[in-house]
Design a protein around this ligand. Structure first.
Ligand SMILES: [Mg+2]
Length: 323
């Protein structure tokens, strides 16, 4: 498996083991039966009321919900409507499980966005088969959503995902006043490398650099993306200038270690990267376009200074708004 494919596989393995099911029913005997049917293949969580089910879906979203229709207080249809109305939980697949299995009920449940309807008393083999089908569909949909956000060559995120994340992290740092750092990375003399060793070697080089950047940035909120040709962007929420500088140094070293020398390369012609770094402090009153531009300028300064250089800038509360 190449680096891009293995990275994709790692990204898609989002379940970390058995898929999670939430089983909701007001009657313990029904919960026990579903638990008994499903617990060998899945992590099964239980809720005994609609309110409890909603709270669990919001705090620790399962991969699928098996939802009783008739419950005292908030019934299953109401829970389904609430889940579908909340963007955070709207995509959760819901299977209704009910004793009242007349066609009108079933149509109503499906019209609310449920994916299936199972009649009580349940047949364990049917429940297992239908749960399996719906989870397969769910994981396929998740995989497609992720694939459209990945760069096919390097296996890191693509520019589209980076733009989305920059917009949302920018808004977050404006609200919270917490720092936001951005590192732009460019491969030194990449055109010459491609010309000399061919595009296949150039592609391998980009994949190795993407891997090095991913290795250095380990927090889930950090984003590594292919920004343009041989340029990568690393978005680091809640990261101080000093820490971002440390990470940039580490990236520069790691690329030197990982990108192997070609037989005719002397040590002085090692593949290196240049890095331009900018940190927004205290919700500095600039636009995200100006933030991006500042990182790009720092990168240009680094490249002018030679190879394997890092240049950095801080935008603080005293920074003048961009006009
Ligand atoms: Mg019930």
């Amino acid at each position: 498996m190449n680096a891009a494919a293995s990275h994709t596989a790692a990204l898609l393995d989002s379940t970390h083991g058995k898929p999670k099911l939430l089983v909701v029913d007001d009657q313990p005997v029904h919960l026990q039966l579903l638990m008994h049917t499903l617990s060998a293949d899945y992590q099964v969580y239980m809720a005994t009321s609609g309110e409890q089910a909603l709270a669990l879906c919001r705090s620790d979203p399962p991969d699928l919900v098996l939802l009783d229709v008739l419950m005292p207080g908030m019934d299953g249809f109401t829970v389904c409507k609430a889940l579908k109305a909340d963007p955070q939980t709207a995509a959760l697949p819901i299977i209704f499980v009910t004793a009242r299995s007349d066609p009108g009920q079933e149509t109503h449940g499906l019209s609310l966005g449920a994916v299936d309807f199972i009649a009580k008393p349940i047949n364990p083999a049917v429940v297992k088969a239908r749960v399996h089908t719906q989870l397969t569909l769910k994981f396929q949909a998740d995989m497609l959503k992720k694939l459209v956000l990945l760069d096919g060559l390097s296996g890191v995120f693509n520019r589209r995902y980076f733009d989305q994340q920059l917009a949302s992290e920018w808004a977050r740092s404006t609200r919270s006043g917490r720092s936001l750092s951005l590192i732009l990375v460019d491969v030194d003399h990449f055109e010459a490398y491609n010309t000399r060793y061919g595009h296949q070697a150039g592609d391998d080089c980009l994949r190795t650099i993407a891997l090095a950047l991913k290795e250095v940035l380990r927090r889930p909120a950090d984003v590594v993306a292919r920004f343009a040709g041989e340029e990568f962007a690393c978005l680091l929420p809640d990261t101080s200038p000093a820490h971002a500088r440390k990470l940039a140094n580490h990236m520069e070293q790691r690329v030197r270690e990982l990108v192997g020398l070609k037989p005719d390369q002397s040590a002085g012609r090692q593949v290196t990267i240049s890095l331009g770094l900018v940190t927004r402090l205290q919700a500095a009153p600039v636009t995200w376009e100006a933030f991006l531009q500042a990182a790009s300028e720092q990168l240009q300064h680094a490249k002018k200074a030679g190879t394997g250089q890092i240049r950095a800038l801080q935008l603080d509360g005293a920074t003048q708004p961009a006009t």
